[in-house]
Design a protein around this ligand. Structure first.
Ligand code: FAD
Ligand code: SIN
Length: 537
């Protein structure tokens, strides 16, 4: 089956839905999403959206904090664009119906601003500790009432449709849409479009322990790499310092906002430790806090550290953090009375498909927005709550650019062949998939995690080369399924992370290699860029 629209949006988190609403003002939009429309990292975002919103704060301060966290690799022009556009994007969300937390100051009502690691001021706009859910629900409601938008749930994009592969090789690469598997019928559909927008989120599932939902398998990054796009800075994987440590909790985040409200990290015996690691103590940038916890755990041999907010009034905790309070209580932890056991976990992919300020990748008609992209905003470490913001700002800019491209498209989309199955049969060995998944996630955690070394990276490279060969063989022999598509993508993303980490022979931001513990500005104050078939410079 062939489905045509002006814009094809892959992914239904904040980036994809924000783009779709704007593009639908002038054209038809197909959104494909691999589970239900709401299932996304966006839905689980807690802390909020960074935006200068008070008289005590300035754009300069937000820019400075972002640059400091990014450890020398942020692109200053993009930082300025994103920070300065934030208040307009917040207003837009409010108009869409998002109810951010507010407080009255005498006669006025103003936004209640949270604080998080690395921020010098209170500037986190939030909806209690359920910000992502509030934003996603408002976007979904607007999408569902828009007649120019058609949503295809349970459809997983398999590969991008590139001009050179499916039409003819003219030298310039153009993307005309994507093949996607309808998971309900098992058929692969051809989605054709004049502009394709990848908004598939991050790749936390490459690691054994992650705050991310199951959808975060780096599909957009892997598909773009296979299609020949430039991928940047994949060594910078952000580990969130505080995920709940409990045998029954799969991946529950304890927001940094807790520390913003005074919560303290403690060892088992109740001593605090962050002051010994950084002057900003518990509110230092995330790379520093995660590494400090890793250091303390290795030193003590304990399984977790503790985050304590129990000394704050119980009413305040329950009203400010209803989600975290309720969830922890389900696991038998009353956070108004006891500290919370926490460990770091993979949280955010700072690298991704390299784009410009308008979300345009190195391939014609392919826009990449949200966590899948590497715009240069985050550099070597993302500042808390700058991700939802980046998604909103770049989705807006990409929509302006892409609408113009679509408007100026005169000829039809070229004829594209249907997906070929090449005699593939249904697999009777699903165990191969689960075995390889587990293996990748475990060695990525152990060898390519918070602390790396040359030896660990070499070990990881050897293992991923072998596994990729096996997965590739399996991929072409058997009918594709959701798990097989994700496994193939996870293995590609793992290899990109290992390669990028091996190339960066220094320690900077989120990339820490014990063989090169210092920053090397002379040789490495630059992005790591990888492209299929091209040896990195
Ligand atoms: P997502 O919201 O992850 O959406 C990706 C979409 O793509 C999903 O719909 C998915 O199903 C779909 N998809 C993926 N692959 C395919 C495919 N092959 N085919 C079809 N569909 C596909 N950031 C902040 O700024 N502030 C916060 O407070 C905050 N809190 C967070 C809390 C948690 C627990 C987590 C996990 C992240 C948090 N982050 C936060 C990060 C932030 O939520 C994400 O970076 C952001 O939501 C990413 O948005 P996105 O639209 O790019 O991707
Ligand atoms: C959090 O609430 O701690 C997550 C914020 C973020 O990832 O930006």
């Amino acid at each position: 089956m062939e489905i045509r629209s002006d814009f094809l949006v892959i992914g239904s988190g904040i980036a994809g839905l924000s783009f779709a609403l704007k593009a639908a003002q002038t054209g038809t939009v197909s959104i494909i999403t691999k589970r239900s429309i709401r299932e996304s990292a966006t839905f689980y975002a807690q802390g909020g959206i960074a935006s200068v919103s008070s008289k005590e704060d300035t754009f300069e301060a937000h820019i400075k904090d972002t640059l400091y966290a990014g450890a020398g690799l942020c692109h200053k022009d993009i930082v300025e664009v994103v920070v300065k556009d934030a208040p307009a994007r917040i207003q837009e969300l409010i108009q869409l119906g998002v109810k951010f937390s507010s407080r009255s100051t005498g006669a006025d009502v103003e936004l209640d601003l949270g604080k998080e690691g690395g921020h010098s001021k209170r500037r986190i706009v939030h909806a209690e500790d359920l910000t992502g859910r509030a934003v996603e629900e408002a976007l979904v409601a607007a999408i569902e009432s828009n007649r120019n938008i058609k949503v295809f749930e349970n459809h997983i994009a398999v590969d991008l449709i590139s001009h050179s592969k499916f039409v003819e090789n003219t030298g310039e690469e153009i993307i005309w849409g994507a093949y996607a598997l309808n998971k309900d019928t098992g058929e692969v559909y051809t989605f054709l479009s004049k502009a394709t927008i990848l908004a598939t989120g991050g790749a936390g599932k490459v690691y054994l322990f992650t705050s991310n939902p199951d959808i975060a398998t780096g599909d957009g990054i892997a598909m773009s790499y296979r299609a020949g796009a430039e991928i940047a800075n994949m060594e910078f994987i952000q580990f969130h310092p505080t995920c709940l440590y409990h045998s029954k909790a799969k991946s529950f985040l304890i927001s940094e906002a807790l520390r913003g409200e005074g919560g303290l990290l403690k060892l088992k015996d109740g001593t605090t430790f962050m002051k010994g690691h950084h002057p900003m103590a518990d509110l230092a940038p995330r790379d520093i806090v995660a590494r400090a916890i890793d250091f303390e755990l290795k030193k003590s041999g304990d399984d977790c550290v503790y985050l304590d907010i129990s000394f704050k009034p119980s009413k305040f905790i329950k009203e400010r953090f209803p989600n975290i309070y309720g969830k922890c209580l389900e696991f038998g932890i009353d956070i108004t009375e006891a500290p919370i056991p926490v460990v770091p976990a993979a949280h955010y992919t700072c690298g991704g498909v390299l784009t410009n300020k308008d979300g345009l990748s190195s391939l014609s008609r392919l826009y990449v927005i949200g966590e899948t992209a590497c715009t240069g905003l985050h550099g070597a470490n993302r500042l808390a709550s700058n991700s939802l913001l980046e998604s909103l700002v770049i989705a807006e800019r990409a929509s302006i650019h892409a609408r113009d491209v679509v408007r100026r498209t005169s000829g039809p989309i070229p004829a594209i062949p249907e997906w070929e199955t090449r005699g593939a049969v249904v697999s009777d060995e699903a165990v191969v998939i689960s075995q390889n998944w587990d293996e990748i996630r475990r060695f990525m955690w152990n060898y390519v995690g918070i602390v790396r070394s040359d030896k660990r990276l070499e070990r990881a490279q050897r293992r991923i080369s072998l596994l990729k060969e096996e997965i590739n063989e399996y991929y072409w022999d058997f009918k594709i399924t959701n798990n097989l598509i994700e496994l193939r993508n996870i293995s590609t993303v793992a290899e990109l992370i290992i390669k990028s980490a091996s190339l960066r022979k220094e320690s900077r931001g989120l990339h820490y290699n014990i063989d090169y513990p210092e920053k090397d500005d002379v040789n490495f104050m630059k992005d790591t860029v990888l492209k299929l078939g091209v040896e990195p410079a």
